[in-house]
Structures are given as C-alpha cells and as structure tokens.
Ligand binder design. Structure first.
Ligand code: AMP
Length: 217
C-alpha cells in the first residue's frame, strides 16, 4: 500500500498519518519531520533547510528529492509506505512517479484531508509539537495528558517557528500555488480520495478508514 497525504498545512496530516501508519502497518515518512530532525541536530542539510522552513517556504527540490529517494530505497518500505508532506510540487510528483515506475510500482491512493483556509488560520496558533518524537498536539482540540508534555516520550512541547502567523500566511500561499495543482495531477491518475478534515480527530480517522476500506485486509 503506497499512499501520499495531501492537504494544507495544519490540516491534521501528521495526526492522521500516525493512525494510517498503524492501520496498514506501513512506515510514516514525513519530509517535514526529517528536515526538522536535521535542523535540531545541526546537520549540513538542516542548516540549508532551516532558512526556507522558518520563512514557510519550500526547501529546494534538489535537496528534497534526493532525501526521499534514498529513504525509499531502505528495506522497511518494501511493502508500502505513507508519504506525508511529499510530493508538494508537480515536479516532485512527476519525479516520484517515474522513480516508482522504474521498479514497476505505482501509488495506490492520494488522500486529501480537505480543510478551508479560514479554519487553518484559526487552528494553527494552538498547534504544539514534540521536538523529540514529532508527535503533534493542539492545546484545545488534541491536548497532551500533562500540560505541555509529550504523552509518548515526556519531552517538553514547543511551537514550531513556522506556525507563527507570518509564516502560516506564506505556507498557505505556497500551498495554493505549488501543492493544490497536485490534486488535479493525481485526479488524472484516478487515485484521489477525499475526507473532510474539519471534523473531530476520531471522526476524520473514521472517514479515512471508510474511504480506504478496500485496502484493509
Ligand atoms: P511540514 O511539517 O510537512 O509542514 O513541513 C515543514 C517544512 O519543511 C515545510 O514548510 C517546508 O519548508 C519543508 N518541506 C517539507 N516537505 C517538503 C517538500 N516536499 N518540499 C519542499 N519543502 C518541504
């Protein structure tokens, strides 16, 4: 099962990705998380990516694509994976599809978590993440059990720099210019499934299980 997750920043892709990854027992590959881990470790890639990320802009394709291709050559992705945050441009999608074709593979589903922009702007300021394990929370809609502490690894939660209002505006602009065209790209391939991302987290998960039920053993 090979899935790509689509949807604007703050649509709940990270949260639902954890659910989908457990449901299908496939690895969750988030380019945003990989970049962020590199930023916190201060690697060369992290230093390069940081300047784009903090402004809410896309990291250039030459850095992003090679990162994903090497991840997709690892052993644990043989039976499928869930890509979260990649592809984000039509060029990235074309490269991904050609990469898969080389080994006679293709994507099964492009799952769109649909949320209007007005909703995102309201929801984003409350988002918190764990800098250690990348789990995502929301102070109101998905709070941790202990205030500001990650349920999974007990690390203190932080607010992402790019979740601050100015960067959110830029990320939404980038999303509509570069990522929205991907919906049509995948529609032409007949693989888009859509769920309403404005519902409660559990309701969104239920809708996902419903639209993907033909793939569940
Ligand atoms: P995310 O956690 O998916 O919102 O990603 C955080 C940031 O990482 C984005 O705002 C971009 O700066 C960068 N990033 C993640 N995935 C990609 C990608 N596929 N292409 C370019 N930049 C990306």
């Amino acid at each position: 099962m090979r899935i790509v997750l689509l949807g604007p920043p703050g649509a709940g892709k990270g949260t639902q990705a954890q659910y989908i990854s457990t449901l299908f027992k496939i690895p969750h590959i988030s380019t945003g998380d990989i970049f962020m881990r590199n930023v916190s470790k201060g690697t060369e890639l992290g230093l390069k990516a940081k300047e784009y990320m903090n402004k809410g802009q896309l990291v250039p394709d030459e850095l992003t694509i090679s990162l994903v291709e090497s991840r997709l050559r690892e052993d644990d992705v043989k039976d499928g994976y869930l890509l979260d945050g990649f592809p984000r441009t039509v060029n990235q999608a074309e490269v991904l599809c050609s990469f898969l074709e080389e080994s006679g593979e293709s994507l099964d589903v492009a799952l769109l978590i649909d949320v209007p922009t007005s909703f995102i702007k309201e929801r984003m300021p409350g988002r918190r993440i764990c800098p250690n394990c990348s789990a995502t929370y929301h102070v109101e809609f998905n709070p941790p059990k202990v205030d500001n502490i990650c349920d999974i690894c007990q690390t203190g939660l932080v607010q992402r720099k790019d979740d601050l209002p100015q960067a959110v505006e830029e990320r939404l602009k980038v999303y509509s210019e570069f990522t929205v065209p991907l919906i049509e790209f995948f529609e032409k391939k007949g693989i888009v499934k859509k769920v309403d991302g404005t519902l409660e987290i559990e309701e969104v998960s239920k809708s996902i299980a419903k639209v993907l039920k033909e793939y569940i053993d």
